[in-house]
Design a binder for this molecule. Structure first.
Ligand code: ATR
Length: 290
């Protein structure tokens, strides 16, 4: 019962996910269950959208409340927004759009927030459970593997938290371009193998190396992993990549890509409703429908 069928009336808030393809998205399942759990008069549907500009123009005079935005519209939707979160603007991609009562569209990128908060919790776990006032990423050496869309999210997100960012990419020019933008250092994937100016660094893989079906691959050697205390992999198919397995074996705390996925959803729910997300319910449903 995807929509938790109930009466939809004139005051029902309407949300959805725009994308192409979009039918596989679990977001309607998660959001509808979440709305129901707290008795919100709201519904969340799939929108198969080809042309984002046309979508926002068509819907500009209709009373809807917001949407999530997925492939291939995360960049193209930017130009239809009235206001964009500054970091999302720098990253150049949005995935969460809130339509204010006055019709203005406000956009966020919750992907970077999801990833960074999961990594911060990984670091906090390492240092005991006492929450520190600032970000545990402040001052940390943070190595991002990859310089594509996900690489940008992690690099900007970490820089915003005060980390010292290193971008390592197969193609050096792309690493350099991103590193310059975040005030960080650039290198190739080969160079990162011998890069250990200090111990206890943080690693975030955003390359596709190790993704299903090539699950026997890893973007960095196990030997090099010894210098990292927290290792995050943006890949979530499989959940447990070779990189994370080897990181565990070297004693690092590992942060799963699925954690980024679920936490970005919490952020979207917060932006849509102004309420904290029912985190346990989200987690249970994600597991049940994985
Ligand atoms: P996404 O939006 O998911 O980040 P992307 O923009 O296509 O995807 O970026 C893919 C990243 O994976 C890039 O950093 C890419 O490196 P290049 O810039 O050199 O292309 C990296 N990548 C993909 N396949 C790779 C491989 N076989 N070895 C190393 N890096 C790889």
């Amino acid at each position: 019962d995807l929509y938790n069928f109930r009466l939809i009336g004139p005051d029902t808030k309407v949300y959805g996910i725009i994308g192409k393809p979009v039918g596989h998205s679990k977001s309607p399942l998660l959001f509808n269950a979440a709305f129901k759990s707290v008795g919100l008069d709201a519904v969340y549907v799939h929108y198969l959208v080809d042309d984002v500009e046309k979508f926002f123009n068509t819907y500009s005079s209709i009373d809807w409340s917001g949407c999530s935005c997925t492939i291939p519209h995360k960049e193209a939707a930017l130009k239809c927004m009235d206001d964009i979160d500054p970091i999302a603007k720098k990253i150049g991609a949005i995935n969460n759009i809130v339509r204010r009562p006055d019709g203005k569209l406000i956009a966020f990128n919750t992907d970077y927030i999801g990833a960074i908060s999961a990594i911060e919790d990984g670091l906090r776990g390492l240092n005991g459970t006492i929450p520190s006032a600032g970000s545990p990423l402040a001052g940390k050496l943070f190595v991002v593997l990859g310089a594509g869309g996900a690489g940008k999210s992690l690099a900007y997100g970490a820089a915003q938290k005060g980390a010292r960012v290193v971008v390592a990419n197969r193609t050096f020019e792309r690493a350099k371009e991103l590193a310059d933008k975040v005030g960080g250092q650039a290198m190739t994937l080969a160079e990162v193998e011998n890069f250990h100016p200090e111990e206890g660094m943080v690693l975030a893989n955003t390359t596709s190396v190790g993704m299903k079906p090539k699950i026997d691959l890893t973007p960095i050697s196990k030997e090099a992993l010894k210098h990292y205390c927290v290792v995050f992999d943006a890949i979530y198919t499989p959940k447990d990549t070779r990189l994370l397995r080897e990181a565990r074996e070297t004693g690092a705390v590992v942060v799963y890509g699925t954690e980024m996925l679920i936490r970005q959803g919490f952020e979207q729910y917060k932006n849509f409703t102004g309420l904290p997300a029912p985190e346990d319910l989200f987690r249970q449903l994600m597991e049940k429908h994985a």
